[in-house]
Ligand binder design. Structure first.
Ligand code: DAH
Length: 341
């Protein structure tokens, strides 16, 4: 009987070694230690038929083996579980040192950036930032600005008409001079950024839609020196502190006197290059002292109030700043272009 027990112990031990899953362990357990028909359980249950003189020795040995097998089973189970855990860890391994994936970020369009930068300069000098309608009347866009119906200045601005002769897409931001002055009494200080439209052929420097920034300052003692001071400040911030400003006499129906304003070429710094056509200067805006008739049109008394106005093209300035030679890039929405800003 003791021999049978030894044989059982060895067989069970050897078989346990070959169990390589928890399912196999469960089967092994019921085969040897199962309450119903485990082999060792059967031995223990049969003890009552064993002659009394052997019963104690056999019972003791059987219990020892039972304890040993149970311990081996627990150890085997623990080993299998940690092996399974190890496999799962390997399979699901995370490399926490991998760099993260960037979320693509949006950014401001270079025209928006330029508008903001320019408006900030004037805002710091006390100018309000105001916007006005893109669909205008003939009155605001032309007549109130001293541009009568048959005035040759209208030829310079081929117009997109909504209602011919009456309603149009504004060709300039200047109508906002009138709108602002109708709404408030002097002193007035405002800049107006926005889109303008011209019905003309497109090329590398012209588009049918572009942006302007209008400036207006009205007070009692304003002179062209104030205009010059404001524009110099603007030029220094936008084009660099060594930039010089030059006034050239010009003509606009709504200013008198009028001036076209040049700055030293930011490509060659004034020594002459292709961008400035070897003059050292590039034109950036139109300006002048607000015409007395324009003041009268908004019921400002020209013998009391005076002021200056200016208007600049944003694309042109952005092209100079960033060294861009093709205006149409701004409206093509090509990310290869836009991502550079
Ligand atoms: N509105 C003019 C244009 O589109 C630019 C301009 C010139 C605006 C002189 C002004 C100014 O306010 O005083 O060409």
């Amino acid at each position: 009987m003791l021999d049978r027990l030894e044989e059982l112990r060895q067989r069970a031990t050897a078989e346990l070694e070959t169990c390589d899953s928890t399912a196999a362990l469960t089967a092994w357990n019921s085969k040897y230690l199962g309450r119903q028909d485990g082999e060792l359980t059967a031995v223990l249950r049969g003890l009552r038929d064993v002659p009394a003189d052997q019963r104690k020795a056999i019972g003791q040995r059987a219990n020892e083996i039972k304890a040993e097998l149970e311990a081996l089973l627990a150890a085997r189970r623990a080993a299998l579980e940690s092996a399974e855990m190890e496999r799962a860890l390997q399979a699901e391994r995370l490399d926490v040192t991998l760099p993260g994936r960037n979320e693509p970020k949006g950014g401001l369009h270079p025209i928006s950036q330029t508008i903001r930068d320019i408006c900030r300069v004037f805002s710091e000098m006390g100018f309000h930032i105001i916007e006005g309608p893109e669909v205008e009347t003939d009155y605001y866009n032309f007549q109130a600005l001293n541009i009568p119906a048959d005035h040759p200045a209208r030829d310079m601005q081929d117009t997109f008409w909504v209602v011919p002769g009456q309603i149009l897409l504004r060709t300039q931001t200047s109508p906002n001079q009138i709108r602002i002055m109708q709404e408030q009494r002097p002193p007035v200080r405002a800049v107006v950024p926005g889109k303008v439209y011209r019905n003309e052929a497109t090329d590398a420097t012209h588009e049918a839609m572009f942006h302007q920034i209008e400036g207006l300052l009205i007070d009692k003692t304003t002179t062209m020196r104030d205009l010059r001071g404001c524009l110099e400040r603007f030029a220094h911030v936008i084009f660099g502190p060594t930039t010089q400003v030059r006034f050239r006499p010009s003509y606009f129906p709504f200013t008198e006197p009028s001036a076209e304003v040049d700055v030293t070429c930011i490509v060659c710094r004034g020594t002459g290059c292709r961008v400035c056509k070897y003059s050292g200067w590039v034109e950036v805006l139109g300006s002048g002292m607000v015409h007395p008739q324009v003041l009268r049109n908004v019921n400002y008394d020209p013998s009391v109030y005076r002021g200056f106005a200016f208007g600049m093209g944003v694309e042109r300035i952005a092209m100079m700043r960033y060294g861009i030679n093709e205006i149409r890039l701004f409206s093509q929405n090509d990310l290869r272009f836009l991502n550079q800003f």
